[in-house]
Design a protein around this ligand. Structure first.
Ligand code: 6R9
Length: 567
């Protein structure tokens, strides 16, 4: 039997009390995610159960029990406290997917500080805007990323500590830097977990905006109530599961469902830091007998591309439930997974801002391939008119997805940006910025984003950030950045560039600009294609018509061009 039982029954009689009761939480109690993920599981008699199985390149392997998690997160928390980190300080984690990332996250939460995970492939520019905005006090990183941090440290007056988790060896530590060796540090049996309450801040994730700089999405410890129950009902996690979430904790899926919920449920989870290849992934599943797998459409399409033959080399019979998030999951991918694994990927839809799964296909509920499924029980959702924000009652009519605020994991604020936060609400709805329609049976079908943000391989990239970075290149006079179609990543970044006088569009310049963005921002933000044009299409008021360039890339109707500048 699935954890959710019957979706229809659950949806009829829902209250978040179900989750609060299972977690032994009562309104007004202390609630600390770090404690829930470690001490509580040990108190429940699972201290010796495996919490984390980790694999790195070159056959590296580490394994930790829940008691190890408890002690090591205490040790990290104690270390941070000894440095003077106090509640609500922002502590950034800038690490590859190594155990210190996962256990460090929990340790930070135990101190009452706010965990700020950043994707380790970020370049200096991506890093600086996020650290500056959050006024981050400490950053936990590793030797290979220290160079990027050192380059920007002088520009960050709030930064007081740079914690290096793999001893920097030859390079002597510089100002603010301090080494911390988790596996060999003295294990702290007792650490007084900070008495955070429901509304105490927990995690700060940065997400790309359409026009401005990235926004810090502030979550609170009470988010656990949503994350726990959605993981239980959507991912169907059970006592004996071996779970693999393929997302990086630099993004919200990797924390909500790659750290918090599996550990709060006391499940064994596997993590690897070995990159992608079909063989490596299938062999990981086979070796660890993974039963529940939460992944993303880009990964699924890459596996489809690798073909069906490779699957036959592996015993994947341990798999019992598959789910996906981050971008549209094509019907073909669902049909393919059913054919090759005998299991359908269950799509789920949510955002950094929502903190937990909002719309999903549930175990036991019939799947319509290509649909995102139905709202999580208790979540009031609709499709609304983009002008009036009134609910659209005609099935099949496209509008904006809307949620009635009130679920526990909802963001509480954009860091230092109340104005943009407020603009996300209208007529009593929270508006995520995506378009969809609802069919007669209540299934949601994703249509597209309602803004210019590029979703490449499930990662959001702001055209504004890429355009700003391009402007810093000496050859670039002006640019417009849009998405272009791609089989695996669904969308990739394409830049239209106007060069300054004296520069010529050569293959060398092309590579140089691509590398410039890769280093400054990240490999995700790097344009896969640059087209040089003499002028950008603009409106009469001078706004770049990205819409037109994008339509051209996607082979769509260009639409109304009456506001275009006459040439
Ligand atoms: C969890 C996460 C959120 C945006 C979201 C939407 C897109 C997410 C989707 C999906 C189609 C799905 N998105 N899930 N689009 N089908 N199942 O991905 O958070 O990084 O904030 O991205 O991703 O556009 O608004 P985040």
């Amino acid at each position: 039997m699935h954890n959710i039982g019957s979706y229809d029954e659950r949806a009829k009689n829902f209250s978040w009390d179900i989750s609060e009761k299972e977690l032994g939480y009562q309104p007004g109690d202390n609630i600390n995610i770090g404690w829930y993920c470690t001490d509580r599981i040990c108190d429940m008699g699972k201290a010796e159960k495996t919490a984390l199985i980790w694999e790195g390149l070159g056959g590296k392997h580490k394994q930790y029990t829940y008691n190890d998690l408890r002690l090591l997160s205490n040790t990290i928390a104690g270390f941070l406290t000894s440095l003077g980190i106090v509640a609500e300080d922002r502590v950034c984690i800038f690490l590859d997917r190594i155990p210190e990332l996962y256990i460090g996250f929990v340790g930070i939460l135990k101190t009452g500080a706010i965990a700020q995970p950043l994707f380790s492939a970020f370049g200096e520019e991506s890093l600086i805007v996020r650290l500056e905005n959050a006024e981050t006090k400490a950053i936990i990183t590793q030797k290979k990323h220290l160079g990027k941090v050192r380059k920007i440290v002088d520009k960050l007056p709030y930064l007081k500590h740079i914690i290096v988790v793999d001893d920097p060896g030859k390079a002597p530590l510089q100002q603010l830097e301090i080494a911390f060796d988790m596996d060999n540090a003295e294990r702290l049996e007792h650490y007084e977990v900070y008495p955070t309450k429901a509304e105490s801040p927990s995690v700060l994730h940065y997400t790309s905006g359409t026009t401005g700089m990235p926004k810090g999405v502030k979550h609170v410890h009470y988010s656990l109530i949503s994350q726990y129950l959605t993981a239980k009902w959507v991912l169907d996690l059970k006592e004996n599961d071996i779970y693999w979430c393929t997302a990086d904790p630099g993004w919200v899926t990797g924390t909500s469902y790659g750290i918090i919920s599996p550990w709060a449920l006391g499940v064994t989870q596997c993590v690897n830091d070995i990159g992608f290849s079909a063989d490596a992934w299938y062999s990981f599943i086979e070796k660890h007998r993974i039963s529940v797998w939460y992944s993303a459409p880009t990964a699924i399409r890459s596996l489809m591309k690798a073909g069906d033959e490779v699957i036959k080399k592996y015993d994947l019979s341990s798999l019992r439930h598959l789910a996906s998030v981050g971008e549209p999951l094509n019907a073909e991918a669902v049909i393919w997974s059913d054919k090759v694994f005998g299991l359908k990927f269950h799509d789920s839809y949510w955002q950094t801002e929502t903190g937990s799964i909002m719309i999903s296909n549930y175990p036991g509920m019939p799947i319509k391939a290509g649909s995102m499924g139905k709202p999580f029980p208790g979540v009031v959702s609709a499709v609304v008119d983009p002008e009036s924000y009134e609910e659209i009652n005609d099935t099949g009519k496209i509008g904006l997805i809307a949620f009635r605020p009130g679920w526990p994991a909802m963001m509480r604020m954009y860091w230092n940006n109340e104005q943009v936060y407020k603009a996300k609400f209208n007529n009593g709805w929270y508006i995520p910025g995506d378009r969809a329609y609802i069919d007669p049976e209540g299934y949601f079908w994703f249509v597209g984003r309602d803004d210019d943000i590029i979703n490449t391989g499930g990662h959001l990239v702001s055209p504004f950030e890429v355009e700003s970075a391009l402007l810093e290149h000496p050859a670039v006079a002006e640019s417009a950045v849009v998405s272009k179609p791609d089989f695996v990543n669904m969308e990739v970044v394409k830049a239209f560039v106007c060069l300054k006088p004296g520069y010529e569009a050569t293959p060398e310049l092309n590579l140089e600009i691509m590398n410039f963005i890769r280093k400054k921002l990240s490999p995700l933000a790097m344009p896969q294609d640059i087209e040089y044009i003499p002028n950008l299409p603009k409106t009469r008021s001078g706004k770049i018509m990205r819409r037109m360039l994008k339509a051209q890339e996607w082979g769509e109707e260009i639409g109304d061009t009456s506001t275009l500048e006459d040439d």
